[in-house]
Ligand binder design. Structure first.
Ligand code: FMN
Length: 182
């Protein structure tokens, strides 16, 4: 059998896009477990696994976080669930920790997409972080910056946001052969 084109193999990754509007359909516990496992198995600097994940399905909690973090948290207005990434408060190592956090966040977006769900990143502004941390009983030495809103995308959210191929810079503008172009 002929091997599929590499770009076709990788295409599911290209379909991992930000989703902010969800239907009322709930998410199964096993789906959330699988998404959290994708985060848990992410690589991190020195394999420190600095993250902890709080999985939220309670509608009242989701709406409270939505209110606390607007407008960045607008996707939580309709999300069926959220995964909150809880990171250590640390004076040094901030860049390395943020890098690890981004790796875990993106993997969970990919996992949601592979399950046919939609997901989106919401960043909590520094001013909004203490209220959300208190709501979730997060200890003082940890903080929350990234939330993932998850659910079944609405029909509108499934539609392309721009013409085919136009949502990103062209390959020639971003990927260079052997050296920086003259
Ligand atoms: C570090 C980071 C922070 C983000 N913060 C938010 C946010 O607070 N709220 C939000 O709705 N989207 C947020 N996004 C999502 C971006 O807006 C989205 O990835 C970008 O618009 C590309 O969307 P697309 O993949 O659907 O084209 C964030 C993305 C990243 C990488």
């Amino acid at each position: 059998m002929e091997r599929p084109d590499p770009s076709e193999i990788v295409r599911p990754m290209l379909r991992v896009r930000q989703v902010r509007e969800f239907t009322a359909e709930p998410i199964e516990a096993a789906e959330l477990d699988a998404i959290a496992d994708a985060g848990r198995w992410s690589g991190s600097s020195r394999n420190a696994q600095p993250w902890r994940f709080v999985v939220i399905r309670d509608a009242a909690t989701l709406r409270e976080i939505h209110e606390a973090g607007l407008p960045q948290t607008r996707s939580l207005a309709t999300a069926a669930a959220a995964v909150v990434i809880v990171m250590p408060q640390q004076s040094g190592g901030g860049i390395s920790l943020a890098y690890d956090e981004g790796r875990a966040a993106e993997r969970m977006l990919i996992a949601a997409s592979l399950l046919g769900l939609g997901a989106g990143i919401a960043w909590l502004r520094p001013e909004a972080r203490p209220a959300v941390a208190a709501l979730l009983d997060v200890p003082e030495d940890r903080f929350i910056r990234t939330l993932l809103a998850i659910g079944h995308p609405t029909e509108a959210a499934r539609q392309p946001k721009s013409a085919p191929g136009e949502a990103r810079l062209a390959r020639e503008a971003t990927v260079f052969d052997e050296r920086w172009p003259r």
